[in-house]
Design a protein around this ligand. Structure first.
Ligand code: NAP
Length: 429
């Protein structure tokens, strides 16, 4: 964290201090890194709190794991995000989910509507590890340097892929290769699919899919499993699941998309027809006829940027306290930072810290919590700068959360927490 010798770093509600060129004199209240459901929700909440957040969103290139919108950009239909349906609500029979890209576009529009700014860029570095100061410097791929008092990390996780050439051609948007059974499984009702992997994720995906599809082939490269006994047994006992062991998928055979002749967009698009399976002991190859492939070989949290700076669990997921605050790494260069229980002004939300639930809705919930905590942190700092005791104002998480209720805000003239601090400071003059 940097100290504030050269810039006016005083907090001010509703003041948008940074131009998107990130010039040295600019100062942000909050920068959000990552644009999945957690990032967009954090942007929405901090924007409604007049913090003028900057969301650094990633790029529009679908081939990168750092795509703007995150993992849901590769999901065809979402049926389990409450309220995200496109059919009239009074017609229960025809209720239909919306696509992942559509949901992310709606989240983006909502955040922008309330004043969030967006930058389609990648963050290349940020220093959370030097001595505690007043602000952080976030650097981007194009060379921008953005100074900010608070950071919300919402960089998500990336599903591991097989890494074969054909995988990219069939991945997402109905092509037949997916990394999320709960997102895409319903498209395979009555069909045959393969699940790849031998861990809990593969067993869970296989058991889930077996409830929807006719047949699941569990393709695993050896005959020992990382999966827990109970989850393995559940899959083994399921009559719809057949284990294909000592096997890897080395290629995918396609057939024309069912809508290739009627919809121009799908004209040259193919869907999965079969997987080419290689026996890992004999090297023998064969084709397995299936309609879909679910790759469940683990996830990698997108935490490379924060290595040696922030505390992570053994799988690399960020650790946070119950206020969503990041914890300094024991390898931080500053002894002062290492002694702190949390990194001041740095919050964590979504799949980057969650390998258990990994749902859009849980990520969104965490984004909301991180935003409220960031707002509280900024209000406490502002109170301190203006010489007001934080105790004389109610800057609890509950109070900040309550200030987001529309009825409070619109009908009772409630102010954002930062405005409340500002007003108290003016009254005290
Ligand atoms: P995991 O335990 O690391 O298992 C990954 C599996 O994928 C392994 O069987 C591995 O094979 C295989 N694999 C890796 N790379 C591969 C490749 N390139 N080609 C083919 N196969 C490959 O990952 P996970 O199943 O996602 O679980 C991660 C953590 O989350 C675990 O701690 C797990 O218990 C937890 N989890 C829990 C639940 C639950 O409790 N409901 C559900 C899901 C996950 P090898 O074994 O040969 O290396």
């Amino acid at each position: 964290m940097q100290s504030n010798e050269h810039a006016n770093g005083h907090l001010s509600p509703g003041v948008n201090t940074a131009g998107q060129n990130g010039a040295q004199s600019d100062m942000r209240n909050v920068v959000i890194i990552g644009s999945g459901p957690s990032g967009y929700t954090a942007a929405l909440y901090t924007a409604r709190a007049n913090l003028n957040p900057l969301l650094i969103a990633g790029s529009l290139d679908i081939s990168t794991s750092r795509i703007k919108g995150g993992q849901l950009m590769a999901t065809s239909d979402i049926e389990n995000f409450p309220g995200a349906i496109e059919t009239p609500v009074d017609d229960i029979a025809s209720v239909k989910g919306i696509s992942g890209p559509d949901l992310m576009r709606r989240m983006e529009m909502q955040a922008l509507h309330f004043g969030a700014e967006m930058m389609e860029e990648f963050v290349t570095s940020v220093d959370f590890c030097s001595a505690p100061g007043d602000y952080y410097v976030v650097k981007t791929e194009s060379g921008k340097e953005i100074r900010t008092r608070a950071v919300i990390i919402a960089t998500g996780a990336s599903a591991k892929k097989l890494g074969i050439e054909a995988e990219a051609r069939f991945f997402g948007q109905g092509g037949g290769v997916s990394t999320c059974a709960t997102c895409d499984g319903h498209s395979y009702r009555g069909k045959k699919v393969a699940v790849v992997g031998g861990g809990d994720s593969a067993m869970e995906e296989a058991s889930y899919l077996a409830r929807l599809v006719d047949k699941v082939y569990l393709v695993h490269r050896r005959d020992e499993f990382r999966a827990s006994k109970i989850m393995l047994k559940r899959a083994q006992d399921d009559p719809k699941i057949e284990f294909v062991l000592h096997s890897t998928i080395v290629d995918i055979v396609g057939k024309p998309h069912p809508a290739a002749e009627t919809v121009a967009f799908f004209k040259d698009k193919e869907v999965v027809k079969a997987a080419v399976i290689k026996d890992t002991r004999s090297g023998e190859m064969r084709e397995l006829e299936i309609d879909g492939i679910f790759v469940a070989i683990g996830h990698t949290p997108n935490t490379d940027l924060f290595k040696s700076q922030l505390s992570m669990d053994e799988a690399g997921y960020l650790v946070h306290d119950r206020h969503m605050r990041a914890i300094p790494s024991i390898t931080c260069e500053s002894a002062e930072m290492r002694r702190l229980e949390h990194v001041p002004g740095v919050f964590v939300a979504g799949d980057v810290s969650d390998h258990v639930y990994r749902q859009a809705i849980t990520a969104a919930g965490m984004g909301c919590m991180a935003a409220i905590e960031a707002e509280r942190y900024l209000a406490e700092r502002m109170a301190e700068e203006k010489g007001i005791s934080a105790e004389s104002l109610d800057i609890s998480a509950q109070s900040v959360a309550q200030s987001h209720w529309s009825v409070e805000r619109d009908e009772m003239g409630e102010k954002s927490i930062l405005e409340r601090v500002e007003q108290t400071a003016a009254e005290n003059l």
